[in-house]
Every structure is written in structure tokens, then in C-alpha cells.
Design a protein around this ligand. Sequence first.
Ligand code: FES
Length: 123
Amino acid sequence: MLGKHDSSRSGKRFWETLGLSKVPDMSSDDRPIPQRMPIVGVAEAGEYTWCACGRSANQPYCDGSHKNSGYLPLRVVVKSDRKVAWCACKRTGTPPFCDGSHAKLPPDAPSGPPRLKSIRLDD
Ligand code: FES
């Protein structure tokens, strides 16, 4: 079902789909928050690359700005036209789709225009 990340099909945990070897420490997640609400619309059938790093100027899609961020875009195949809610806060547990995590963001979470700062991932 589109809108729900089905990790059982890929056999990967959600952070592995983002190119990470382990779950990032969300308490120190300083990725930019492009938007505190999902980007809702009709996605036409096709292939998309969802920005996971928060730096893209073409949200919710990757524009290549993730270089040296520690994040990779997530490739998504939409098989038929359908309404979707792309996560724009980059904190969803069901990437690339919104799971409501934006409502739990602390007020001091980094936001605004994408920053050229690398994310720190603990070993
Ligand atoms: S994943 Fe954010 S610009 Fe590529």
C-alpha cells in the first residue's frame, strides 16, 4: 500500500533504505526541516527520488545537495497515479511518506532554508 513504507518487502529497516547502517540518533538530528507539514498531492505513475537529507531546494525531491551529508535519497516507484503525502520534515518513520512526526518536532528544531552542514552520526 502506497503511503506506508513496507520494510518487510525490502527486508530492510527504514534507516537502511536511507543508506544508513543504523538508526540515526533523532535527538541530535540536525538535518534541516524544509517544511513542518507534508507536501500533499497527486503523484503520477513513475519514479521519484525523495530527499532524505533536507537540503534539496526542490522538495520533496532530491537535487543532489546531499553530498557529504551522510544521507542518500530514497528511490520510490509509483505504479499508478495516486494521492500521496510526502514527508517534508524528514523525521518520518515511514519514509518517504508522512507519519505525523512533524507534530512532535520540538520548537527549537532546526528549520528554514537548507544548510550546508553535515549530519553527525554516532558510531
Ligand atoms: S537526499 Fe537531499 S538533496 Fe539528495
